[in-house]
Design a protein around this ligand. Sequence first.
Ligand code: NAD
Length: 416
Amino acid sequence: MAEITGSLFQESLKPLKKAASILELEPDIVEVLSSHERVLTVSIPVRMDNGKIKVFTGYRAQHNTARGPAKGGIRYHSGVCLDEVKSLSYWMSIKNAVVGIPYGGGKGGITCNPKEMSTGELERLTRGYAAQIARFIGVDKDIPAPDVNTTAQIMGWIADEYYKIMGEVLPGVITSKGLSIGGSRGRGTATGRGGFFVALEAVKVLNMTLRCARVSIQGWGNAAQPIAQYLHELGCKIVAVSDSTAGVYNPDGMDPKALIDYKEKTKSVKGFPGATPISTVDPITVDCDILIPAALETQITEKNADKVKAKLVVELANGPTTPEADKILHERGIFVAPDVLANAGGVTVSYFEWVQNRMGYYWSGEEVDEKLKRVMGDAFKDVHANYTKYKIDMRTAAYVTAVQKIVDAMRALGRI
Ligand code: NAD
């Protein structure tokens, strides 16, 4: 995780304030939007495998629920802190509003290093956390999901603990569950698929052709691999890819399926046959048409933004571009599909899962895909309309779109 100096939350409010000034919102409304409705901090004592008890700290934050129950993931990481959870839950309010799904923003996490814990320790930690937040979450209150280092198995433990405490089977309390306990078809590839639909819309407004378009990707993980495959199927060339250990470059293009298999086998993209070694950050600046940052935050900065060669940036990672870099990209005419739009496919299919859980009726993969395409396409068009109307960059346009929807909901409820 990139090091953040100062308050990440205060930094993250900058685009909100920009959007508020475009919408000519009163300062008191901006203050409401800059505040969380509820933030919970819990202590979780866990019996470790060595027999000793270790106390972990967990959080759950609900930013704004005017548009619907809070929704957002749970992160297990040593860097988890209140400031981060507050930022992430506020981003979820924005993201959910951008794609028009009926949720507010929530996020949670536990400060821990899951890679150093046994499965038993992780299960006890998760069940302890679930018990602590059980009264705070709920199908119509706050619906968690996975985030960094949390899996379908962890969602299953939380569901199980919640069912026991509430005495009811309520699968809609959590999403990205396994298919056997009410998960949705299409969730595994949803973020990449959603980013792909956004890329298709962007390519149309930019008059680009995908056939032979060169694609460069930083971060070869869950979000990146599906989009690489979809773009490759349409004739794009995947010219550069990196993970946390290495990067590889081949101007003639690389087969994403072969790259996935290679990484699966060797745990790295390093040494992929036929490719030239590059650094983990080089994909940002290699010669390409479409750049997909899909690793971490703060990767496109004022130091490298003037070297980006792509015409289109599709942000699958959360927060990959700093505000300074954003300005440089905009001035250079590089079109950015921002994270709150481009990576919203995951939460959108989580919403579909919640809808299916509440109906007790499950859709085919084709139905999920068709609905996802519509949501992402409509969201792109809404954001692009504000981009054109106000002559602003796409990120500010996404915030304008989202803030307007949240303010409308708060007004309809008589909260402001
Ligand atoms: P992941 O762990 O599956 O993949 C991340 C990849 O990035 C890994 O290959 C890792 O090796 C690589 N990486 C890490 N540090 C790197 C570095 N310094 N340089 C190059 N590569 C590096 O994670 P993911 O789920 O694919 O998430 C990636 C990003 O997408 C994150 O910012 C996440 O918040 C965002 N995101 C993911 C989803 C989702 O559904 N998976 C949804 C929304 C947003």
